[in-house]
Structure formats: C-alpha cells, structure tokens
Write a protein that binds this ligand. Structure first.
Ligand SMILES: *[C@@H]1O[C@H](CO)[C@@H](O)[C@H](O)[C@H]1NC(C)=O
Ligand SMILES: *[C@@H]1O[C@H](CO)[C@@H](O)[C@H](O)[C@H]1NC(C)=O
Ligand SMILES: *[C@@H]1O[C@H](CO)[C@@H](O)[C@H](O)[C@H]1NC(C)=O
Ligand SMILES: *[C@@H]1O[C@H](CO)[C@@H](O)[C@H](O)[C@H]1NC(C)=O
Length: 444
C-alpha cells in the first residue's frame, strides 16, 4: 500500500551523483597564489580550459574575513559553505570551487587547490579565469561514497513515536510520494551535492545585537504586512535537487515586491539556474550564496516564461532575448560564513526582506505537517536517513505559547506542511538554520 512505499523511501541511503568538496575554514585560511589567465573577457568566458596563466597574485586570508594581497591592500573573503571561497580585493572578485577528485567510490577533497574559477572587476566588465594554489599544503581528505541500502521498510511506529515524543509539531504521511525512488526524496532535500559537513554553528549573539534586535517587532510576517503580501506563491521543485534555485529566486522575488511595494511581481526561472549556471550543479544541488547572490549579480535572473520549469537537467535553453534582473550586495548575514545568528537574521528580515537559509534535513522533517518543528532525534533503526542541506526562504518570525519560531517557505508544493510553509524553533540554531542566512538586493 501507499503508506508503506512512502515510508520505505525515506530509509534508503543516497546514491551519489556528484561529489562536493569538503573544505573548512582551517583548510582554506593562509597564503594563496592565484594564477590568472588572460583578461578582457566578458561573462561568457569559458573557464573550464583557461590556458596558460598570464599573471600571478599572492593573497593571504586571515580570520575571520580579511584578505591582504602582496602589496598590502586589504580586502574581504569568505568561505562558501564547504565548497570553495570568494575573495574581493583591489576592485576584483575571485571565486573558485575547491578541488576534488574521484576514483571509484573514493572521493578526495584537495583543499589547497581550486578548480578553475572566475575573476572579474566589481563592475562586472572585465573577466578572467584563474586558479588558486595554497603555499602550504593541506592533506587531502578521503571519503567513500555510500552504497544504496536495502529497500522498503514499513514503519508506522516512526510517525507515531514522533507524535508521542513531543507536542510542538505533528507528523503525518504524504502518500503522493508513492513509487518515487529514494534518490528523488534526497534531491528534494538538497541533493547529494548539497551536503555541508563540518562544525558550522550560529555565531554567539553579542549584547549589542541582542539590544538592537529587541527594538523591532516581536512578530513579523512578509505575507501579511498591514494586509499586504510580499511573498510570491509556493512552488514545487519536484524531484530535482533545485531547492537552492527555488529559494534563491523566492528571495529575489520577495525583495522586488518589497522594494516596489508590489508594483513589480516577477516570478524568476529556477530552470535557467539548473541549466545554465556554472556556479551550481543542476539537479544535483547548489548553494544560495552562489545563486541568489553571485549568479544574480554576475549573470542576472530571468522570468519563468524565459525558461519554464522542467524539473530535470538539460542544456541551457533560456531565451536569450529575455531581459535579465540583477541583484547586488549579496552576503552572508553577519558578513561572512559563520557570522550569522538569530538576532542578525531577525533584523535583516524585518528591515530588508526574506533571507535564504540552509539547514540539515533529517528523516523526521519529511513527515512535518504543522506546528513548530524541532528535530526529535528519532531515526528509523533499520535504515537511517542521509543528512542533506536543504535551502529554504525565511519570510517572518513569531512566538507561540512562549516558543519562538521562524516562518519558512518551502518548495515542496502547497500540500506539504502548513500550506507549503513550515515553522521551526527560533533562537536555538535548530539543525543549523541560523548559521548561514544569505541576502541580496535587487537592482532597478
Ligand atoms: C568550455 O570548454 C570545454 C573544454 O574546452 C568544453 O568541453 C565545454 O563544452 C565548454 N563549455 C561551454 C559552456 O561552452
Ligand atoms: C569533512 O571535513 C570535516 C572537517 O575536516 C570532517 O570532520 C568530516 O568528516 C569531513 N566529511 C567528509 C564526508 O569528508
Ligand atoms: C503600498 O501599497 C499599499 C497597498 O496598495 C498601500 O496601502 C500603501 O500605502 C503603499 N505604501 C507606500 C509606502 O506607498
Ligand atoms: C549537519 O549535518 C552535518 C553532516 O552530518 C554535521 O556535520 C553537522 O554537525 C550538522 N549540523 C547541525 C547543526 O545539525
């Protein structure tokens, strides 16, 4: 029956299709040489084959976000999740993914090198390719890709246990997932290229941040600000690992509505991202900083009609005649990866609009129906679920019976959760949701 099929899907483990690097702050900080190719290109430059480097630049990356070049110029840098890093110095930006290699089922992260990446001036006019090599070497990290586990495992007890263990939220069964391979569920929750390993945590809230965050309203919801809704409709990513694209589009959609008081209400195309962005891995996953932020600044977003959603990988088929909507000032809330916390998120949301966040999806989350989600810690004892990083849009916050929560827009259709939304406990960095919020500002 349907229920058994759905439940069993939850307990298969991932089949990896794509292999993200896994590089931490400690791996990356230090002195790098950037080997830079010819400049004078525009944003259509193809960096997969950059040719011989024409120049070099040495840059030292210090804790937490200061970059200094060989001439003593100071700039900014951040790691981008565990995927790579971006440096902004002397009027140019440099972004590359960290290097990784794969042989058989073994993946190695090579954190002292980057893949070929993109450098351009901050006005986006002059592009070049580059790659980075760290002066001091970092030992490669190896891990084995998971093999799929055995198949279905009916477990009604699991949902009952969730509902028995706590009263903050209610779990239910979603029979419409029947017959879908586990890979699809994993994709819904971020995809195999969206795993964030390592000890990322929200930054401590300073006394000053606390004081400032208490000067703004205790309840706020962009879906209803004096009876005006500034949030675009709920969508469904289906079985493609494109949550990062949906949440990134949704942030820009909401912020355009806010900045124009709903005069403009674009719906942007996640399929353009899935097909055309080299800053992400299509249906295998990607990250909001690089899409809602960097891609929106470097390449711009197009409306849905320019490339309607297909829910699968495809070569780039976006209508080239479409006008592109740009954004700027993309950043991690708190300034750099690791600088975010609940007080800063609350202020950013109230002052500027929704933010995109990532959080660890655990097997209990799939069953969420209503209430304030907390991770129960309950797992199926036969086939525990592989943790993925799911990107979603925080559109507001509030308090119910003394429990503080975020209001979050998901991209799993309107039938999931509270009409497509969920609430999750606030102030406790639930599953890392307060550790990596991203914002950007649309340009008109
Ligand atoms: C970029 O160049 C590589 C190798 O030369 C080629 O395989 C790839 O298709 C090119 N990509 C694009 C988007 O043109
Ligand atoms: C990723 O790196 C972190 C920190 O070095 C390490 O703890 C973790 O086990 C690594 N995970 C994988 C899958 O390589
Ligand atoms: C924004 O639009 C709403 C609804 O039309 C209107 O009531 C409100 O006055 C507008 N706000 C501004 C600042 O124009
Ligand atoms: C998220 O999951 C990763 C991978 O399992 C783990 O290293 C990390 O500690 C988790 N973080 C939180 C906040 O749950």
């Amino acid at each position: 029956m349907k229920l058994s099929v759905f439940l069993s899907l939850l307990f298969l483990t991932a089949v990896w299709a794509d292999t993200p690097a896994n590089c931490t702050f400690d791996d990356i900080k230090g002195t790098w040489t950037f080997f830079i190719g010819s400049n004078g290109h525009d944003n259509t430059v193809n960096c997969s084959n950059m040719g011989n480097p024409k120049s070099q630049l040495q840059v030292t990356l210090y804790f937490p976000d200061v970059a200094v070049d060989e001439f003593g110029n100071k700039g900014f840098w951040t790691i981008i999740y565990n995927q790579g890093f971006e440096v902004v110095i002397s009027g140019r930006k440099y972004f590359a993914f960290s290097m990784y290699e794969q042989s058989g089922s073994t993946v190695s992260s090579i954190c002292d090198k980057t893949l070929p990446g993109w450098s351009h001036d901050t006005f986006n006019r002059d592009w070049a390719c580059y790659y980075g090599k760290k002066i001091t070497s970092v030992p490669p990290k190896y891990y084995k890709k998971n093999k799929p586990h055995r198949l279905f495992k009916l477990n009604y007890d699991y949902i009952n246990n969730i509902n028995k263990q706590q009263k903050l939220w209610t779990a239910t069964v979603y029979p419409e997932y029947e017959g879908k391979p586990m890979r699809e569920l994993l994709n819904k929750a971020g995809g195999p290229a969206s795993q964030v390993f390592g000890p990322i945590k929200a930054a401590p809230v300073t006394w000053e941040q606390q004081r400032l965050s208490e000067t703004i309203p205790e309840q706020f919801d962009w879906r209803n600000v004096n009876d005006n809704n500034y949030v675009s409709p709920i969508r469904n990513q289906e079985s493609c690992g494109s949550c990062y694209a949906f949440s990134s589009m949704a942030m820009n959609e909401a912020r355009v509505r806010i900045m124009t008081n709903n005069t403009l209400q674009p719906v942007f195309s996640p399929q353009d991202i899935v097909e055309c962005s080299e800053y992400s891995q299509g249906c295998a996953g990607g990250f909001p900083y690089l899409i809602g932020g960097k891609y929106a600044e470097d390449f711009g977003l197009v409306e849905e009609k320019c490339n309607p959603y297909k829910g699968q990988d495809h070569s780039c088929s976006t209508d080239k005649t479409c006008k592109r909507q740009y954004a700027t000032s993309y950043r991690y809330v708190g300034g750099f990866y690791g600088g975010c916390n609940d007080a800063l998120m609350k202020m950013e949301i109230y002052r500027h609009g929704p933010v995109v966040v990532g959080f660890n999806v655990t097997d209990d989350f799939f069953h969420y129906k209503s209430g304030i989600f907390i991770h129960t810690g309950l797992t199926d004892r036969y086939n525990p679920f592989e943790v993925t990083n799911h990107a979603v849009l925080v559109v507001g916050y509030g308090t119910e019976k003394g429990v503080k929560y975020w209001i979050v827009k998901n991209s799993w259709g309107e039938k999931w959760g509270e009409s497509g939304y969920f609430r999750i406990r606030r102030g406790t960095d639930e599953l890392g949701i307060e550790s990596m919020a991203v914002s950007s500002t649309p340009i008109f």
